[in-house]
Design a protein around this ligand. Structure first.
Ligand code: G3P
Ligand code: CA
Length: 241
């Protein structure tokens, strides 16, 4: 069971070191490796379907090209997202995870807050996700402000690029639970300042165990990693449920 307050290991784009990012294969691998939560990125197709893909465009991760938002769902489903995997819909990813671990949904695309809130409303009201097992994050404060009143039981988190100047003020203004920082720009002082102000700090993207240990020593609450198996190294190799 997900327990806020313990250090969480969050599978970045599933288990991106082991399978094509943000695909069902990657999410299955993250589950197999025992991730506490799975992180994924959402955009809208041109016909308003929530799809799981990182970039605004198709070029880097699929055999298609151009903006994701210019393609219908059925066009997107024709593409190869790596190793014969398809671009998944958010609905099918949530069905796959099915409450086995938590989910950190990053609102990447413009206009995703409302549709994600509707989908999570149903998942919380009808199951299988407890609200505490879900987190909605974004670099875009506008999406977070839109999401929060629509689904107030689900926690939100702000993501910050680069040097986290003024992050505590921004987090306070948005009433977020978590602050997600690029670990390369983190200092112990910043982490402690965020914690003192009442936030949980999530570090991305940490694939090195020694670095993860250092960050946890500073008080970081979650390690977002392409290698969810770090969890077992961090817990002394004890594989548990
Ligand atoms: O969860 C934070 C992390 O995913 C943000 O960076 O570029 O991988 O979406 P990015
Ligand atoms: Ca992300």
């Amino acid at each position: 069971m997900l327990c806020w307050g313990m250090v969480l290991v969050i599978g970045h784009r599933g288990a991106a070191a082991h399978a094509p990012e943000n695909t069902l294969a990657s999410f299955r691998k993250a589950l197999e490796l025992g991730a506490d939560m799975i992180e994924l990125d959402v955009h809208l197709s041109s016909d308003g379907e929530l799809v799981v893909i990182h970039d605004d465009t198709l070029d880097r991760t699929t055999d298609g090209f151009g903006p994701v938002s210019s393609m219908t769902l059925s066009d997107l489903r024709e593409l190869d997202a790596g190793g014969g995997e398809r671009v998944p819909m958010l609905r099918e990813v949530l069905e796959l995870i099915g409450g086995q671990c938590g989910v950190d949904i990053e609102l990447k695309g413009e206009g995703t807050a409302g549709p994600v809130a509707s989908m999570l409303r149903r998942s919380v009201d009808e199951g299988p996700f407890a609200p505490g097992s879900l987190l909605v994050t974004s670099f875009n404060p506008i999406e977070l402000m839109e999401f929060a009143p629509l689904c107030p039981e689900v926690r939100i988190g702000i993501l910050v690029e680069g040097v986290p100047e003024g992050v505590v003020e921004v987090g306070g203004h948005l009433a977020v639970r978590t602050i997600g920082l690029d670990h390369r720009f983190m200092t112990e002082e910043v982490v402690r300042e965020c914690i003192r102000a009442g936030f949980e700090v999530h570090a991305w993207t940490v694939n090195d165990m020694e670095r993860a240990r250092m960050l946890i020593g500073w008080g970081v609450g979650a390690i977002i990693t392409d290698r969810p198996e770090l969890k077992w190294d961090l817990s002394g190799g004890e594989r548990g449920g």
